[in-house]
Design a protein around this ligand. Structure first.
Ligand code: LLP
Length: 384
């Protein structure tokens, strides 16, 4: 992953910064083409996972569409060359301005989550003299078996239309003349490694598909969302998620009617493994009970450990000394600013370079300016 010339280059750069290995990204995209797109599935990349223009360009060129959750993302997708007819716009709280932007560009589909949202969209579409294509985001009440902050498909979550409200929504639709229902949409959560929740999702999706079509609506889009997890523990051995198994599961379990197409919205599984956060050891502290490696990246660059107790693999790129136990921590004045606790890594000294792995998804996009921290530009493997 990091040949010596790359590590030497890192030493010359101002840290911390995100590094993207485009070979890993391209290899991942090839697998998605081979096991997903080739079956006629539509895969929209969730820009919320990563919105770097260079990353988006490769994803677009590979034939994926875009899944956006804000006006900013819709604009970024358009600026990155995605055509409007490949852009889906989801989100539980779309503002009027964001909806207007989507309408202006005639995007492929709005994934809608409530009657009130449908009414607003209908009104705004009417004002532009347009018909908005919509998919209903349905809450399938499926346990995703992941961190509770990234579980989205349970009745207690704020997302989607619950089964008990569905008929009321369907009753309202014929009056909303500026909307055209084209599909149903689900997303049960993120970083899902166990396939059982996806199997349950398929069952619920089949049932709801049947129910809505029986009510006289024609659904051409069955969108099962994203959520496919990556291996944070062994990113080298498992750089590319098992897309054959993932797409195969949906292929065998989702019952599509002849006029229907299967859509996905993948984020993490596309970009997670191609990115690393590169940081430098500032200081070491050897205490009574603990040793600390204090690095120049913090929760401002990668918030996942602080927010979801995520454990990203840590590779020391410039030391081959004997292993020692450390807490690897950042410079921010919060105890949650800790990347890993009590891990065994080669002994480090001031100046050593560390890669925090599997940070391509929900890393750079969730960066904050807390403490007025400066953001260094990202580096790509084809520039080294
Ligand atoms: N579609 C919808 C409607 C979503 O809400 C999400 C992610 C995706 C697709 C893409 O899911 P993926 O394939 O990436 O799992 N910041 C958190 C993850 C938040 C995910 C939010 N929704 C993290 O760092 O783990």
């Amino acid at each position: 992953m990091f040949p010596s010339e790359v590590t030497d280059f890192f030493r010359t750069q101002k840290t911390p910064f995100y590094y993207y290995d485009l070979d890993v990204l391209n290899a991942t995209l090839e697998e998605i083409q081979k096991h997903g797109l080739s079956k006629g599935f539509h895969v929209h990349f969730a820009l919320k996972a990563n919105n770097q223009p260079k990353v988006l360009k490769l994803i677009k060129e590979a034939g994926l569409g875009a899944d956006c959750v804000s006006g900013g993302e819709v604009q970024r997708a358009i600026d990155s060359g995605f055509s409007a007819c490949e852009i889906a716009f989801a989100g539980v709280g779309k503002s009027d301005e964001e909806i207007e932007l989507g309408l202006k560009h005639d995007i492929f589909c709005f994934n809608c989550e409530s009657v009130q949202e449908l009414e607003v969209l209908n009104e705004l579409a009417g004002m532009q003299g347009k018909t908005a294509r919509i998919a209903l985001r349905l809450n399938p009440n499926v346990e995703a078996d992941t961190h509770r902050y990234i579980t989205t498909g349970l009745n207690e979550n704020k997302f989607g239309i619950n089964a008990s409200d569905l008929d009321e929504v369907l009753d309202r639709l014929p009056d909303l003349n500026n909307l055209k229902l084209i599909g149903i949409h689900f997303h049960i959560g993120s970083q899902i490694e166990n396939f059982t929740p996806f199997e349950e999702l398929c069952e619920r999706a089949n049932m709801l598909n049947e129910h809505i079509e029986n009510r006289g609506f024609e659904l051409s889009v069955i969108n099962v969302g994203g959520g496919f997890g990556i291996n944070y523990t062994h990113p080298n051995d498992n750089a590319i998620p098992d897309f054959e198994r993932f797409f195969g599961l949906f292929e065998s379990r989702i019952k599509l009617k002849e006029h229907q197409q299967l859509h996905f919205e993948l984020g993490r599984s596309v970009v997670g493994q191609c990115g690393s956060l590169i940081t430098r050891v500032l200081y070491t502290k050897y205490g009574e009970t603990k040793n600390f490696a204090i690095v120049d990246a913090g929760m401002t660059e990668l918030i996942r450990p602080a927010l979801y107790q995520a454990a990203h693999r840590i590779d020391v790129l410039t030391s081959s000394k004997r292993d020692k136990n450390y807490d690897v921590v950042g410079p921010i004045c919060e105890s949650s600013d800790t990347f890993r606790t009590d891990i065994s890594i080669p002994e480090v000294v001031r100046g050593d370079i560390i890669a925090i792995r599997s940070a391509g998804a929900y890393g750079e996009v969730m960066r904050s300016a807390y403490n007025l921290r400066e953001a260094n530009s990202s580096v790509y493997s084809d520039e080294v």
